[in-house]
Design a protein around this ligand. Structure first.
Ligand code: NAD
Length: 501
């Protein structure tokens, strides 16, 4: 049984042992793109999605650009976030489905799991995507990719791995890293983060997951589908607490049906270690309970990476959650320093980071005064079935002072789900009362992440649910759930023939 004790605060990037950070007193190691020079139009700190989107946009605008990266190029998404987790989730989902084939007459079965091989395949994919989607682009676009820890120096200079340089404009895009609550015994017992959980080489027989939002649900279900006994411990009163309550309830039920234990309204009081095993002690409604396990995964959020950048020396303010304070234009409290992505406390999605990075470059280099368009921003949690949402929840619409009408349609009413023989899940549409402008859609279903793209277009273009109900939707697709749920605003869809409007 592997028992990784690497629970020190991780940077957003994996360590890169084959690429040493720059040494003090020397110039930064030059990794890719043109050789470093002393003067740039834009220096970007970090090399994740926000950083690369900014560098590409700045090059398109004719600027000279350098990226300064202390760890592995590519940031969270490709190295330790979206790509590796979704690669492992796809494999785990396939195994789970093999063991739970729903079709009479077709027998399937799940075999044993070789986690080390699975992780090695995931690592290979990550290496390829890191090269294709990040490293290689430095040469393609002609910006310098420098290896070293970046730090603002006194005055208006900058150091990258000991090399002094200067830019007209700077962008901080250093991301965020997993953080753990202060639970007595937790550091001594050792725990997994979203990063180290995806590096395990041996299956944990049992896993306790502290925090049941996006990361906890994805990685908890990943190990549940691979065969671990999983217990979810969530402090708030429901799992997926930032989603619609109907989705939280359905998700808790399906996790339990799959054999996981789910506790909400939990206060974790301590973690004890006995040999290779851990015991998590927690209370629900004042009653103490204990659960033993091989591994503990902490998935209680991520904190912005701002330490050691010298931000205080250059007057860049942080907010009370430790994120860089930015205005609508991605500007910080220093007029020449911009920030984008997770380090700003923005919603932690790679497409948000990339959008902010491009806007920051437009504003820094071309003074375009661009701002983010948050309307209809989607989010997907890659559980099985997936949770996908865009626009407002019913509560958010109420909080915004809107009069709201909403409808929920269970997948039992959706032909695609019936032929799949899996009716777990639902669609919920939130509309403004009166004109029924679509405000938000919330889906728990297979392929919900694909279906939500249509919702993004609908909300962005101010469509009403009546228009959705009268728009084409192909029969026997999950996306038909949008049309059917829209129809429920005016009629009982259980009394309609196929595709009737
Ligand atoms: P989160 O902030 O979404 O959720 C943390 C959860 O931990 C909450 O439910 C919270 O109530 C719970 N919690 C906090 N302290 C606790 C405690 N002491 N005991 C029990 N529960 C506790 O954080 P996350 O799930 O770690 O995700 C981090 C960020 O990454 C989020 O912004 C998320 O949106 C993003 N992310 C996105 C995706 C995706 O797009 N598919 C996937 C993973 C993560």
């Amino acid at each position: 049984m592997t028992t990784p004790m690497r629970n020190e605060e991780e940077t957003a990037s994996r360590d890169a042992p084959h690429r040493p950070a720059g040494q003090p007193g020397r110039g930064p190691e030059h990794r890719r793109g043109p050789a470093p020079v002393a003067e740039y139009d834009l220096i970007v700190v970090g090399s994740g999605s926000a950083a690369f989107a900014a560098a590409i946009r700045a090059k398109d605008l004719g600027a000279s650009v350098a990226l300064c990266e202390a760890g592995t190029v590519g940031g969270t998404c490709v190295n330790v976030g979206c790509v590796p987790s979704k690669a492992m989730l796809a494999a785990a989902d396939l195994r789970h489905r093999a063991g739970h084939g729903p079709f009479p007459g077709v027998a399937t079965q799940a075999g044993p799991v070789d986690l080390a091989t699975m992780v090695a395949a995931k690592d290979e994919l990550v290496d390829t995507m890191r090269y294709d989607k990040y490293e290689h682009l430095a040469e393609e676009y002609g910006f310098a990719l420098l290896c070293g820890r970046g730090e603002f120096s006194d005055g208006d200079g900058f150091r990258c791995g000991g090399g002094e340089m200067h830019a007209e404009q700077y962008l901080v895009a250093t991301g965020a890293a997993p953080t753990a609550p202060s639970i007595p015994g937790l550091p001594e017992a050792g725990y997994l983060t979203s990063t180290t959980a995806l590096e395990l080489k041996e299956m944990p027989g049992s896993l306790v997951v502290i925090g049941a939002s996006a990361i906890g649900l994805e990685i908890g279900q990943l190990f549940s589908h691979l065969g671990s006994r999983v217990t979810f411990l969530e402090a708030l009163d429901r799992v997926a607490p930032f989603e619609e309550p109907e989705i939280s309830a359905a998700m808790a039920e399906l996790l339990r049906d799959e054999g996981a234990e789910v506790h909400t309204g939990v206060r974790v009081s301590r973690v004890e270690r006995t040999g290779p095993r851990r015991t998590v002690v927690f209370a629900v409604a004042g009653e103490e309970q204990r659960v033993e396990c091989d591994q503990v995964l902490v998935a209680t959020g991520r904190r912005p990476n701002t330490a050691g950048l010298g931000l205080d020396r250059v007057g860049v303010d942080l907010d009370d959650r430790g994120a860089i304070r930015v205005d609508d234009f991605q500007g910080t409290t220093n007029a020449r320093i911009w920030a984008a992505g997770d380090v700003t406390g923005a919603p932690q999605f790679v497409y948000v980071a990339a959008a902010q990075g491009a806007i920051a470059a437009d504003n820094a280099i071309a003074k375009l005064g661009r701002t983010m368009d948050w309307k209809a921003m989607p989010r997907v949690t890659f559980t099985s079935p997936q949770i996908a949402s865009a626009g407002m929840t019913e509560q958010e619409a109420h909080d915004a002072g809107l009069a709201v009408e909403s409808r929920v349609l269970g997948l039992g009413a959706l032909p695609r789900a019936l032929v799949n023989r899996d009716t777990r899940g639902l669609f919920k549409l939130v509309a403004e009362a009166g004109g029924r402008r679509l405000l938000g859609a919330h889906i728990l279903a297979d392929n919900a992440g694909d279906v939500i793209a249509a919702v993004v277009y609908a909300i962005k273009n101010d469509m009403t649910v009546n228009q959705l109900a009268q728009t084409w939707s192909p029969y026997l697709t999950m996306a038909e759930g949008l049309k059917l749920t829209a129809q429920t605003f005016t009629r009982d869809v259980s009394r309609l023939s196929c595709c009737a409007v």
